[in-house]
Ligand binder design. Structure first.
Ligand SMILES: [Zn+2]
Length: 449
């Protein structure tokens, strides 16, 4: 019996957030109800909030007043959600080039929460979230955690990068009393370290495992190889990376059908996550208006997202750089929140044939690992319009003389006969500085035409 759980959940966490001047539980009560509203009711809430944020952005930010005047847009003209499509897209460069004119004149940076995106491939974005929006986002995260069976006060095991940076005593106490987490640093996942982590999990008995998709997959494979069967998680939350089909299959084979994929980002916090029906990802629609341009349940489209809460630095039609498919049928869980199907990752990870035709890098990688014997994992990097570098983790048990020629035929099939390539065999796919993996990397500009 976990006697500390109710104390942490009902006393320590509420006290902590109140001391910080925030109370997410106020929003959580509403969110727990509104998730079961009908799609029409939810759309009505969104329209109301969308009109408010657009009006606010026009009245209180230099950037939006200029843009809306330039486009001849009347801030009170929004009569339907679709109408927002007449507004221009907000790009990452727009944010980089207008660091101050996007901030509302009713807010100051000092009184907001500062965020910064990871910058392994581009200049990081700096952004600010106002206190009320931040609190709402905390509440949204609590709701989506609960779908995976994780409630405040429960114990968690986390697979994360960069966990051993020096932590203050206060943070350590926070970890101990509040978050109740055991961490495994994904930047050093070798066998002795993972064995020690498994022992920690056995002693601590967390209910939920959370981490980067690929690290969970890697951990699941290790758990299987070691013959470990007693970890007893009731839910696994996969986040911060694209979850591939073969990864999901392995994780579910090892731990059972308890995997909840999640999609979010630094700029907007949680965007969408899986419910217990495991059939797509429900959007946090009370907080965000998510457009998926020209998408259906087969073909992905660009994600364009409006933050309905952050008045401090409004994000209206923000092009996040990811693509997704959508699901239009009702979910069997009864929630009225709209759903994404698959999130396909960054548009920047799209690759090109020598003729300039776009190919979703990640959707072909599954094929390489499934159909080429001895290819356990593949990372593809496009460095020229007619050249690819493949990083391959070999499985020596199944690798044959044929493997490379089978692979070569597949490459020609997808990219055409003019595509040249090299294979480099590695022990492990390299990670980004934040301990994440990118499997499809395009280092060339989008070809014209
Ligand atoms: Zn559902």
């Amino acid at each position: 019996m976990d006697w500390f759980r109710p104390i942490s959940r009902h006393i320590i966490h509420p006290l902590y957030v109140r001391r910080e001047g925030r109370n997410p539980y106020r929003y959580l009560r509403d969110l727990d109800r509104s998730q079961f509203f009908s799609p029409d009711q939810i759309a009505a809430i969104q329209l109301e909030r969308l009109r408010t944020i657009v009006r606010h952005a026009y009245d209180h930010t230099e950037y939006y007043r200029k843009v809306m005047d330039q486009y001849g847009l009347n801030p009170d003209s929004l009569t339907s959600l679709d109408h927002i499509r007449t507004f221009p897209i907000l790009t990452k460069d727009d944010i980089r080039n207008n660091p101050d004119s996007l901030i509302s004149n009713l807010h100051t940076k000092e009184r907001m929460i500062y965020k910064r995106t990871g910058g392994s491939t581009s200049v990081p974005l700096k952004l600010w979230v106002d206190q009320m929006a931040y609190t709402f986002k905390e509440a949204a995260t609590l709701r989506h955690n609960s779908w995976a069976g994780y409630h405040q006060g429960d114990k968690m095991a986390a697979l994360w990068g960069n966990t051993d940076k020096p932590r203050s005593l206060r943070e350590k106490l926070f970890g101990l009393l509040l978050a109740r987490v055991v961490f495994l640093d994904t930047l050093k996942m070798d066998a002795p370290y993972m064995r020690a982590f498994i022992q920690q999990v056995r002693d601590f008995r967390p209910t939920v495992l959370m981490g980067h998709a690929h690290s969970i997959y890697y951990f699941a494979r290790f758990v299987e190889e070691e013959g470990v069967r007693d970890l007893g998680f009731s839910g696994i939350i996969s986040t911060a990376e694209i979850l591939y089909d073969y990864e999901r299959a392995k994780i579910e084979q090892v731990f059972g059908n308890i995997l909840f994929d999640r999609y979010g980002c630094e700029e907007l916090s949680i965007i969408a996550s899986e419910c217990e029906a495991h059939d797509g990802l429900h959007v946090c629609a009370e907080g965000l208006y998510v457009e998926v341009l020209d998408a259906d349940d087969q073909y992905p489209g660009k994600l364009v997202i409006t933050d309905l809460w952050n008045h401090g630095m409004p994000f209206i039609r923000y092009e996040i750089g990811d693509m997704a498919t959508i699901k239009t049928d009702a979910c069997s869980c009864g929630r009225g929140l709209p759903r994404l199907g698959r999130v396909l990752g960054r548009t920047a990870d799209v690759l090109y044939t020598p003729e300039g035709k776009a190919i979703s890098g990640i959707s072909i990688l599954d094929t390489f690992t499934i159909h080429v014997p001895g290819f356990k994992q593949v990372q593809v990097i496009q460095d020229l319009i007619d050249h690819l570098t493949f990083h391959v983790v070999r499985d020596d048990a199944t690798f044959t003389d044929e493997s490379e020629s089978i692979f070569g035929r597949r490459v020609a099939e997808f990219f055409g006969p003019r595509m040249r390539y090299d294979i480099r065999y590695l022990d492990k796919i390299p990670q980004t500085e934040r301990g994440k993996y990118r499997f499809s990397i395009c280092n060339i500009p989008q070809p014209k035409g």
